[in-house]
Design a protein around this ligand. Structure first.
Ligand code: BMP
Length: 271
């Protein structure tokens, strides 16, 4: 989980997981490591989604969509296929394996049907990852090669308990899993425990929330870093929510974040 100075296309070619390969390929095709966290509460796609050439991945919280249903599922899948972006449901599964299986597969939100990527907090240990793998790697599951898992290794909020030993444990769990392709973290995790950071280690991808160019945080404890700082610290994909969707000129602002993220990536691979 060290900071990668390799270009995305090299990482795409050497990665074992099809979802990771696709993420990297889209990044190169669109020159975008931008993930927009569209925390909207309606099914109808917003104006921002029309400029999907800027978008690598859409991050969702579908449990906040008041009219969630068949239309949401079909609409999301159609948009993603048409405009070539991935869907990351930022669900943060954090229960015993058996419950998480029911929350992921079927249930009210049918997450396994439409989310390429989901995340998990292994607060209760690695069993939660195994639980998801039982579904993803089941012979009867139709999306086997198209589903991947991230571990919530750190959080951006003040006073976060996802630090130290918890974060190190995430790296251990990831190393033992076939479905985990990376971490939600504020930067590279290689410094957490250098012993774990061997060259034989899988190329884990770092997804970074709490990215905003103009704000350093807010009253509810959210803490931000700029796209440049995040990518410099080892973020491979930056996740931006309010920085873009509360802006008066959403498309222009999305473009600005996409450029900043991409320029920082180019600077990193040149270093
Ligand atoms: P915003 O850029 O508007 O602060 O939104 C951040 C997004 O990232 C939210 O969807 C939030 O749920 C998510 N997030 C976060 O901010 N910090 C974390 O540690 C983990 C998250 O998933």
């Amino acid at each position: 989980a060290s900071k990668s100075t390799l270009p995305y296309h090299i990482r795409a070619a050497s990665h074992q997981h099809p979802v990771a390969q696709k993420l990297f390929r889209i990044a190169e095709q669109k020159k975008s490591n931008l993930i927009i966290s569209a925390d909207f509460s309606d099914t109808e796609p917003s104006g921002m989604c029309r400029r999907t050439y800027l978008l690598n991945t859409l991050s969702t919280h579908v449990d906040i969509i008041h009219d969630f249903g068949e239309k949401t599922v079909v609409g999301l899948k159609k948009l993603a296929a048409k405009h070539n972006f991935m869907i990351f449901e930022d669900r943060k599964f954090v229960d015993i394996g058996s419950t998480v299986q029911k929350q992921y597969h079927g249930g009210a939100l049918r997450i396994s049907e439409w989310a390429d990527i989901v995340n998990v907090s292994p607060l209760g240990g690695g069993g939660v990852v195994e639980a998801l793998e039982q579904i993803i790697f089941n012979e009867t599951f139709p999306y086997r090669d198209g589903r991947a898992v991230l571990l919530l290794a750190e959080m951006t909020t003040a006073g976060s308990l996802a630090t130290g030993q918890y974060t190190e444990q995430c790296i251990d769990i990831a190393n033992q899993s076939g479905a985990v392709i990376g971490f939600v973290a504020t930067g590279a995790l290689g410094t957490v425990n250098p012993d774990l950071n061997t060259s034989a280690q899988e190329d884990f991808i770092i997804f970074t929330t709490g990215v905003n160019s103009y704000q350093s945080g807010n009253v509810l404890g959210q803490q931000y870093q700029t796209p440049e700082a995040a990518v410099k610290a080892g973020s491979d994909f930056i996740i931006v929510g309010r920085g873009i969707y509360t802006s008066e000129n959403r498309v222009g602002t999305a473009k600005q974040y996409q450029r900043e993220g991409w320029n920082a990536y180019e600077a990193r691979i040149a270093s």
